[in-house]
Design a protein around this ligand. Structure first.
Ligand code: MG
Ligand code: MG
Ligand code: MG
Length: 305
């Protein structure tokens, strides 16, 4: 049986793409089941609730299992024992940092969400998309593209989203997107540690490990008033995990930019990458909404040199 799952610290795209792809596999006669590698966030809970679906079960170990990776390809972001699994497929929309000793099916497209690619696969395979699957795929597109505001958004995402909205019978896509982001923004009850690990990825930049977390909020003031507490916790996380740096992006989807909070052995590479000065570990990054398109590439470039 194929085990289909997205990255650690799963977002809506990782959960919904896994569910939809496992469904598609079963429709074409391949046994598959969706899993998750961590707790679902508030936004994903709202999405699954609206379309009356359960979160996939938690997968603890993948050793010896046939697996399909969706919404990620870097082992750093996958199951801890991913190298002991048998990777059969990768469906993703991130930069590729992947090598495997066997031929595999790999489908990577530079679109706004993995859900866009999965929806296309239904069409290619001639499989009808059920209403609730259309609903969760649409939601994943809205989540990853920040309601089409992120620079990662492509015309294909918009087109696919329109088709999915028809099937899901969602008339006001925008309104549903805002409702989702409000759920995601509900962080007042979160601890500083939960904020850091809410949506994070760890990257290896030429041997230096950097954890990059992101909070997408409707009003950044609510987070930033707790800055001291959050930065104290970032220091602890950095020590515990033996990291070069912990970077937390507080993305305000209304202001369309991010406040970067940084705890690092050296802030210079970050200042060079973003062309800003960090004051007390804080800097405003104008127009920055996408970690993978606007944050990771410049850091990769600076750390390489
Ligand atoms: Mg993701
Ligand atoms: Mg994604
Ligand atoms: Mg995201």
């Amino acid at each position: 049986m194929l085990h289909v799952f997205g990255h650690k610290s799963p977002d809506t795209d990782s959960i919904c793409s896994a569910i939809a792809y496992a469904y598609l596999k079963n429709q074409v006669g391949e046994e598959a089941k969706a899993f998750r590698l961590g707790e679902t966030n508030n936004e994903t809970k709202l999405v699954l609730g609206r379309f009356e679906m359960d979160a996939p079960p938690l997968l603890k170990s993948v050793a010896g299992k046939d697996v399909v990776l969706v919404d990620h390809n870097e082992f750093e972001q996958s199951a801890d024992d991913i190298e002991k699994a048998n990777i059969v497929e990768v469906i993703d929309h991130h930069k590729i940092k992947f090598s495997w000793d066997k031929p595999i099916y790999m489908l990577v497209m530079p679109v706004g969400s993995t859900a866009t690619i999965i929806a296309k696969k239904f069409i290619w395979k001639g499989v009808k998309i059920p209403q609730e699957i259309a609903g969760i795929l649409l939601s994943a597109i809205l989540s990853d593209t920040v309601i089409f505001k992120s620079p990662t958004t492509t015309e294909e995402d918009r087109e696919v989203a329109r088709e999915l909205a028809k099937i899901a019978e969602i008339e006001d896509i925008e309104a549903w997107g805002v409702e989702m982001f409000k759920a995601k923004s509900a962080i007042s009850e979160k601890s500083a540690r939960e904020m850091i690990y809410n949506d994070y990825k760890t990257y290896d930049f030429s041997g230096r490990k950097v954890l990059i977390g992101q909070l997408e909020v409707v009003d950044d003031g609510e987070v930033l008033k707790r800055k001291e507490e959050i930065m104290e916790e970032m220091k602890k996380v950095k020590e515990e995990e033996g990291l070069f740096a912990v970077l937390l992006l507080v993305t305000d989807i209304m202001k369309e930019g991010s406040t970067a909070l940084l705890v690092a052995d050296d802030v210079k590479p970050f200042e060079m990458a973003f062309n800003v000065k960090f004051e007390n570990g804080q800097a405003w990054l104008v127009g920055v909404m996408s970690r993978k398109k606007q944050v990771v590439p410049p850091l990769e470039c600076v750390f390489k040199n």
